[in-house]
Ligand binder design. Structure first.
Ligand code: TYD
Ligand code: MG
Length: 441
């Protein structure tokens, strides 16, 4: 907290000019003794509990459709959320942008960045200061004191690994500290009817820096991820006490912060035909997404042909090459094969098989695949094209995007006649075996 040395007016954020007496450069940081503050915060807590009128609505609906989707409608009031992800992925950016996405009062506590850094970031993000106040502090007790008389709807804690409590030993980010801080934040939020968003860093291996128990202590766990050298970001809900998980939100990181990626096809596709390029529809957490897969085959200069893949497990690539060599005229024993999935998307699901096979065939034969085509299906060891989960959803997505050649497993067309417009049925081409589908080239 900052206090004006001229008039004793209090301010949560540091300003050049005092709001009350208008004198310049008189705001000084003010810290009280630890014990006293602690008691005061918790006395206030019980008062707040009794007097607070419960709100009618249960969710804060944001203007980010992607965030609403991931959270099944919006941010649940009085819930505690953990937003985790690797350092630098955009967690602070996302939380600061909440100020533009909701009308409710927010307090953003930053233990990591200075006011100057936050100000310039907020400027880049076009944040109006109407509904957000910033506090740069990392001692929990001091934070509670500073926000004691505030009545925010949302408090953002950035980040749990730098917040520290005096009452517990250990340095910031240590297991005991993280646990303690999380406990206090949960207690504080529930008692005061505040929605808290706790930011947590994830280490390279994907585990949260701090105890796993942290995930059990909160209501919702969100995970923000993306490739370092790409601007697509994915927001996943790993745990949701209020509703189901498995919804995926997509964002694009720009110079002015994150934007909803409401039409991923525009972003993820090059919209032109190339040798070695095949399109398919994947299901990422129940969301149908159009993705490109590319392959390159080259006569090998070495004893053993090289196989290399990005975004696709190597074993899958080996398997598809083996099936092609066995059942089709596309022989690859003396060819290097490279395969990629674009835009940092990683795929393990079997729905990719057919598109991967087609991209390899296209490269080997030196011919482009039919215009406006998409391939959906699993390939078995016998060379059969098999159905995949949520096939109908994938097909509908392909139709919605206007694709006119949708290659699918044999037998699935009949099953879909009832649910698809008869005019669109002509777009569906079904094949039984990988050897038959080669004829389209
Ligand atoms: P940040 O939110 O600080 O990540 P985290 O809190 O997860 O550590 O985001 C940092 C990255 O985001 C940084 O590399 C710069 C980039 N960025 C943009 O590209 N555009 C923007 O408008 C902002 C604010 C950040
Ligand atoms: Mg950050």
């Amino acid at each position: 907290m900052y206090i004006c040395s001229n008039c004793w007016n209090e301010s949560l954020i540091w300003k050049w000019q005092c709001d009350f007496c208008k004198s310049w450069n008189t705001l000084k940081e003010f810290k009280e003794s630890k014990e006293k503050k602690w008691v005061r915060v918790w006395e206030k807590k019980s008062l707040a509990l009794i007097s607070s009128p419960h709100e009618e609505e249960s969710r804060i609906i944001t203007t980010s459709i992607e965030l609403n989707t991931v959270l099944w409608g919006g941010i649940v009031l009085w819930s505690v959320m953990l937003l985790s992800g690797e350092p630098g992925i955009g967690k602070s950016t996302l939380s600061l942008q909440l100020a533009n996405w909701i009308h409710e009062e927010i307090i953003y506590i930053s233990g990591e960045e200075t006011l100057g850094q936050l100000r310039s970031r907020a400027k880049r993000l076009n944040i109006e200061w109407g509904n957000i106040e910033i506090l740069t502090e990392n001692i929990l007790e001091d934070i509670f004191t500073s926000i004691e008389w505030k009545t925010p709807k949302v408090v953002i804690w950035d980040s749990i690994s730098v917040l520290m409590g005096w009452e517990i030993s250990g340095t910031g980010g240590s297991v005991s500290q993280v646990r303690y801080i999380a406990e206090k934040i949960v207690e504080y939020s529930k008692a005061r009817n505040i929605t808290s968003i706790i930011i947590g860093h994830v280490t390279k291996d994907g585990s949260l820096a701090g105890p796993k128990t942290l995930e059990h202590m909160v209501d919702t766990v969100l995970y923000f991820e993306g490739e370092k050298y790409d601007d697509i970001r994915m927001l996943r809900c790993l745990k949701n006490r209020f509703w189901a998980t498995h919804e995926l939100g997509l964002y694009k990181m720009t110079e002015e912060g994150l934007h909803d990626l409401d039409n991923p096809a525009l972003e993820l596709l090059s919209w032109s035909e190339w040798i070695g390029l095949a399109l398919w529809i994947t299901i990422e957490w129940r969301r149908a997404l159009i993705v490109e897969t590319e392959a390159l085959t080259n006569y090998t200069k070495f004893w053993y042909p090289k196989r290399s893949s990005r975004g696709i497990p190597q074993s899958k690539l080996d398997l598809i090459i083996a099936v092609l060599s066995k059942y089709t005229p596309v022989k690859l024993e003396s060819y290097d094969v490279y395969a990629n999935i674009s835009r940092g998307i990683k795929v393990e699901e079997p729905g990719l098989d057919l598109a991967l096979a087609m991209s390899i065939i296209s490269s080997k034969l030196g011919k482009t695949l039919p215009k406006s085509s998409v391939f959906i299906g699993e390939i078995s060891l016998t060379g059969q094209i098999k159905s995949v989960m949520l096939l109908e959803k994938r097909i509908k997505e392909a139709l919605k995007l206007g694709f006119t050649e949708i290659y699918i497993p044999h037998g699935s067309k009949e099953k879909l006649t009832a649910s698809i417009d008869p005019k669109e049925l002509t777009a569906l081409k079904d094949f039984l075996h990988i050897k038959d589908i080669i004829a389209i080239l």
